[in-house]
Design a protein around this ligand. Structure first.
Ligand code: ADP
Ligand code: MG
Length: 332
């Protein structure tokens, strides 16, 4: 058995572009948003795998594909070596217990008319694991573990009666009730107060230890990713441009886009050099993206080949496990 929990192979998701009536008359050709355009990666048991990049790069879609909330256009997702597409509805239903999600907006993902405790324990009922007093007991225990205290009082509160940090703790508790192996956390701290962000990240790391979880941690913020991830993939317009351990990617970034993103991370030291802005230039449209490297219109090192051939993700020479998709590195 490998220690890969998830293997993603050649994964693509194209969304058809809605056209107006006039546009349909002018062109027959259906256009697609290449939200995810062929990505490969693994998530190992118990690790935090980060997916980072600017907004619109396809991170959320990748997370939703893994959870099978959307169907892939192409490619496959293996869970412990089993192709999710091959599962029957009943098998997929059981598989869902092992993969849970924490989304960005706790308000949108909580039913406003359901009491906090009932919402946290809802999956226990749905999957026939526990109900009544037993459900309440398990929920109270989980609420204590995620710091929703006093649990017996907060159990009966409605989402709008909780603080932002408490709501996000409730979402985390809900995700863990069925003891999943993987939690897809999509910008889990983006909408909470800055003062509670570090606490929530600490909590997520603690819970990972306690429950032996793996996270797919999605963020646009490399400073947050640095705090929590073991390995990280950098996405740009539907493709992974660099991937490796946190150490490899942060200490020795190879792709010009990764270098630019890291240079733009604010440093909490007033004497440190100022952060650099991201390179200007046109961000190509994810609708029928141009040939060649997706980053070439913004890249300070672009050469002719970069606008013609798509670079593939390949090992960085002399740095095992570190991959980059850049002609500059692999020219020779
Ligand atoms: N349901 C959808 N229909 C059409 N386009 C979509 C849909 N979901 C996402 N997209 C497009 O796919 C691209 C990637 O989006 P997303 O995965 O949300 O990126 P990220 O999470 O990195 O910001 C964007 O251009 C977005 O507009
Ligand atoms: Mg997103």
């Amino acid at each position: 058995m490998t220690d890969n929990l998830i293997e993603v192979r050649g994964l693509k998701k194209w969304f058809p572009v809605q056209k107006s009536f006039v546009e349909r008359l002018v062109t027959r050709r259906q256009q697609f948003v290449h939200a995810v355009d062929g990505v490969d990666f693994e998530i190992r048991r118990g690790e935090v795998f980060g997916l980072a990049g600017e907004s619109g790069s396809g991170k959320t879609t990748t997370g939703r594909l893994i959870l099978r909330l959307v169907e892939p256009t192409e490619g496959s997702i293996l869970f412990e070596g089993v192709d999710l597409a091959a599962l029957s509805d009943e098998e997929m239903r059981r598989m869902r217990q092992r993969m849970q999600a924490i989304f960005q907006d706790p308000f949108a993902s909580m039913n406003p008319r359901m009491k906090c405790g009932d919402a946290i324990g809802h999956s226990l009922e749905i999957f026939g694991v526990a109900r009544g007093e037993e459900k309440r007991r398990r929920v109270l225990e989980m609420m204590e573990r995620v710091g929703l205290t006093p649990a017996s009082i907060l159990y009966d509160k409605y989402p709008h009666q909780l603080s932002g940090g408490q709501r996000q703790r409730a979402i985390i508790a809900r995700a863990l009730m069925l003891h999943p192996d993987l939690v897809v956390a999509d910008e889990p701290i983006a909408n909470v107060d800055v003062s509670v962000r570090a606490l929530l990240l600490q909590l997520m790391l603690q819970l990972k230890q306690d429950f032996n979880l793996a996270y797919l941690f999605i963020t646009h913020d490399l400073a947050t990713a640095k705090y929590i991830c073991d390995r990280i993939a950098i996405m740009y317009l539907g493709l992974i441009c660099e991937m490796g351990t946190l150490e490899q990617v942060y200490r020795n970034p190879q792709h010009p886009y990764t270098q630019a993103l890291l240079a733009a991370v604010p440093v909490p030291d007033p004497h440190a050099r100022r952060t650099a802005p991201l390179p200007k230039g046109e961000i190509p449209s994810p609708i029928n993206p141009p040939p060649g490297c997706r980053f070439h219109p913004r890249c300070p090192f672009a050469e002719e080949v970069c606008s013609q051939e798509l670079p593939h993700l390949r090992p960085v020479p002399g740095d095992e496990g570190h991959l980059v998709a850049c002609h500059r590195i692999h020219r020779a």
